[in-house]
Design a protein around this ligand. Structure first.
Ligand code: NAD
Length: 338
């Protein structure tokens, strides 16, 4: 398959590196409104076709899928453009700025009969996959409690200055990943209660969020996120897990140490590999980019719905919206309300 990528910014560099290693796909065209970024990426990745305007790129055609790596405000326009052009779509998180837009985007791809996947990559990190396969195998029985925790003091604002400027920050940018991981382990949720706080005075949005979820299948989980936690060792960008099941427990601790206790104890080092183009501490995220892009490519080839499809992601996005509503109104929010 041939692909085009829109948005040659900070994170797209990982996506471009990963596409070079994907079996069955290559990027043949690039688009960015910023000339310097466009030219730099085209040179670095040896891509001949370049565009400032996405509409012009779709008009010229010659590709089967588009990878949308811009920030959320442009996603709906670009997804609808791609659906009209009849190409498959992979779009970065946050998928949309609100649920109405997200629903319209899912419908547009469905009407065009094209695969639509959200680049929701945290559940594709290999340490998370290792834990997921143990829980899904039934080794700890039926999970009844989960804690999904991401606490860090890492400076994310230098690489992504827009994160300091938005009215919303941690739930929309990072919490969305951790809520998605909670769904991957415990299924969809029906209720959420959240509190938020801003500790860093230099940013506009919240940098701490604590959320309590009731899952439809019966489990309860705590999803806690912070970019105001100064601790050693710094665990960025690790998500720590604690799952209690009817037959045992699983923990993913700092340093990618996975412990399963059920009929004895089993401790494994599930550190992700450092890919040749990756660098620590981002290697965990970088490897998941390769995995998710391969999943997208394989699903299109097999005519399968991706695990993190657009319609699946509506549930994750609904949790984000519900968490903000809960924090603003100081009450538990049921997802049916949205
Ligand atoms: P960025 O601002 O560095 O890059 C975005 C690029 O898109 C810019 O170069 C901009 O000029 C271009 N752009 C915007 N609208 C455009 C349009 N309509 N047509 C053409 N070009 C356009 O942003 P970033 O930090 O790379 O983030 C991009 C997305 O990736 C965000 O949605 C962010 O949340 C997401 N992200 C995901 C992860 C992850 O692990 N999945 C990590 C970091 C960022």
């Amino acid at each position: 398959m041939k692909g085009a990528l829109i948005g040659c910014g900070f994170f797209a560099q990982n996506q471009l590196h990963a596409w070079r290693d994907i079996e069955g796909a290559e990027i043949v065209a690039l688009c960015d409104r910023d000339e310097q970024r466009l030219v730099q990426s085209a040179t670095d990745f040896n891509i001949a076709r370049t565009y400032f305007d996405a509409e012009a790129m779709f008009k010229d055609a010659g590709f089967d899928f588009v990878d949308i790596a811009t920030t959320a405000p442009s996603h709906r326009t670009l997804v609808e453009m791609a659906a009209r052009a009849g190409v498959h779509i992979i779009c970065q998180k946050p998928f949309a700025e609100n649920l109405d837009d997200a629903r319209a985007m899912v419908s547009a791809a469905a009407e065009a009969q094209r695969t639509m996947m959200v680049h929701e990559n945290f559940r594709w990190q290999s340490p998370i996959r290792a834990a997921l396969s143990i829980v899904r195998s039934g080794r700890i029985g039926t999970p009844f409690f989960g804690r999904f925790s991401f606490r860090s003091g890492y400076d994310v604002f230098t690489g992504q200055p827009y994160l300091a400027e938005g009215k919303r920050f941690i739930i929309e940018d990072l919490g969305i990943h951790i809520l998605d991981i909670a769904r991957a382990f415990l299924g969809n949720a029906e209720r959420i209660t959240a509190t938020t706080k801003r500790i860093n005075p230099k940013i506009r949005g919240e940098d701490v969020a604590t959320m309590l979820l009731s899952h439809i299948a019966g489990a309860t989980s705590v999803v806690d996120c912070s970019y105001a936690t100064r601790r050693m060792p710094e665990t960025f960008p690790q998500t720590l897990l604690e799952i209690d099941g009817t037959e045992g427990t699983l923990r993913l601790d700092a340093g990618y140490r996975l412990t399963v206790q059920s009929d004895g104890e089993d401790v494994q080092d599930v550190s992700p590999p450092v890919l040749p183009w990756a660098e620590k501490p981002w290697h965990n995220i970088q490897e998941s980019v390769l995995t998710i892009q391969q999943h997208f490519t394989d699903c299109i080839a097999a005519g399968r719905e991706p695990e993190t499809s657009g319609s699946d992601n509506l549930q994750t996005l609904a949790l984000v919206e519900a968490a903000y509503l809960s924090a603003a109104e100081g009450r538990t929010v049921t997802l049916d309300e949205l």
